[in-house]
Design a protein around this ligand. Structure first.
Ligand SMILES: Nc1ncnc2c1ncn2[C@@H]1O[C@H](COP(=O)(O)OP(=O)(O)OP(=O)(O)O)[C@@H](O)[C@H]1O
Length: 318
């Protein structure tokens, strides 16, 4: 028998051994992960990693090649009517009702999911996303930033419990990006679970509780953002010296120091679990004259490059 309601105790999303092949080799190779109810989860990876294909299978836009997708405990093939209603998706490119005005599109869109239009909710989205002055504009003519805001409103119009955002802030300016992040956090605080793909690693670092890094159709890492940063990236102490050194001090050889900037910049990776204070003690005992000290924290970009071997420039050309 088919399920009739979402199971509130189930994960918001559970993907099991999901696979996809188009004409050539497999582009999603049996991946599994879960998103807890209430979580903001980031799926990161360079171009062609298989993120959009994964999202499209979750959303039911692309046929699943193997494995299964459950949304709040419901199978997205067998119970697709319910799972579609529970899920709001902002795709990268797919835009329907291009020739409607923003107003018309938002008024009718929840009907596609069998959900009645709720004017209070619709007006909240219109105001929070700054769409009010643009309601009469036709979607195909909107600027990039406005189109993104409209697409987020549309993804949320039927009050989904799982919101999927595929590159929500690609190509929008910094100010709008930050205000969209605030809005997404607010929606999350109200109880909506969120799956986000992004090329902006700062976005993932700030927004996501857990992150999966995907490349060539496989998940390379999946863990809490904080522990990923701690495990993969090493904190470094950067000393700007008053007098140049010819070589790194042999007393610090165990730390594998690097000497740069014509002998004036000494960088010391801080070992796991060590306090910067201990290192400073060792440095001062050497009698080095230090002009400035700074600590460099690892960021997601370092980890991303290490895992995928690719540099990310933040504009989608990883
Ligand atoms: N409809 C399709 N037909 C054939 N191949 C496809 C189709 N859609 C995607 N692919 C291929 O699947 C692979 C994964 O693409 P996908 O768009 O899922 O990657 P992505 O991680 O989302 O990348 P991007 O960040 O560029 O969107 C690519 O090699 C792509 O060419």
């Amino acid at each position: 028998m088919h399920a009739t309601t979402a199971n509130q105790t189930s994960p918001a999303l559970k993907i099991s051994k999901l696979r996809k092949r188009f004409d050539g080799p497999e582009v999603v190779k049996g991946i599994s992960f879960e998103i807890r109810a209430g979580e903001i989860f980031g799926l990161l990876g360079p171009n062609g990693a298989g993120k959009s294909t994964t999202i499209n299978m979750i959303a039911g836009v692309t046929r699943i090649g193997g494995g299964r997708v459950e949304i709040f405990g419901l199978d997205n093939v067998r119970d697709y009517r319910l799972t579609r209603r529970l899920t709001g998706v902002m795709h990268q490119e797919i835009v329907i009702d291009n020739f409607f005005t923003i107003d018309r599109s938002l008024r009718i869109h929840s009907g596609y999911f069998g959900v009645d239009d709720d004017p209070a909710w619709r007006n909240m989205l219109i105001d929070r996303l700054g769409l009010r002055p643009h309601l009469g504009k036709v979607i195909i003519k909107l600027s990039g930033g406005l189109k993104r805001r409209m697409m987020i409103a549309k993804a949320l119009i039927h009050k989904p419990k799982l919101l999927i955002l595929d590159e929500p802030t690609a190509g929008v300016d910094v100010e709008l990006r930050h205000s969209l992040w605030d809005f997404v956090r607010e929606i999350n605080n109200q109880g909506t679970s969120i799956l986000l793909t992004t090329h902006y690693l700062e976005e993932a670092e700030q927004m996501c509780e857990r992150i999966a890094i995907m490349n060539h159709g496989e998940i390379l890492a999946l863990e809490k953002t904080s522990s990923l940063l701690q495990r993969c990236g090493r904190r470094e102490l950067v000393l700007q010296l008053k007098h140049p050194l010819a070589s790194p001090p042999p007393e610090l050889a165990d730390l594998e120091p690097r000497l740069e900037g014509e002998g004036l910049i000494l960088t010391l990776p801080v070992p796991q679990g060590a306090a910067s204070g201990e290192l400073l003690g060792r440095i001062s005992s050497l009698g080095l004259q230090v002009a400035e000290i700074e600590t460099r924290q690892p960021n997601l970009e370092d980890i991303f490059i290490e895992m995928t071997g690719l540099k990310n420039n933040g504009e989608g050309e990883a």
